[in-house]
Design a protein around this ligand. Sequence first.
Ligand SMILES: [Zn+2]
Length: 162
Amino acid sequence: MINRRIVDDYVRTVEQFAFLPGALDALVSLARRAPKIVVVTNQQGVGRGLMRTADVDAVNAAMTDAVVAAGGRIDAVLVCPHLAGTCRCRKPLPGLALRWLEQHPEVDGSRSVMVGDSETDVGMGLALARHTGGCATVRIGARSPSPTTSFPSLAEYAASLD
Ligand SMILES: [Zn+2]
């Protein structure tokens, strides 16, 4: 819920990346509250041979630079480049976040918050809750009733914390 999606395709280049309205300001606002901000992203286009890892890295670097330039922070971008069903890290599996937590023992995963806009994000959040004993899940843009807290946009979630 950070950037615009491209229908039936992937964001392959920096030029194709565009923040959703309010998302950049929301990330800046969240940076004031969250000790760590970690983005977890499925990039199956790599596994399908449509993009290179370097393309994904370039887009993520540009995104991070833009957030920093605005006064915010992204501490890590965790990427699953694999095809669905071939790994332990593609969301909704929690592998990427769990490995990052292992590498950052100073972070208490049970006090973390998963914020996402898709069923796979919610699935990862619920899995993290089982593994850490406490991760909260916030759904952005949910149209149907959901067992999790939800907000219309990342900006409105960030504003709710102020
Ligand atoms: Zn993976």
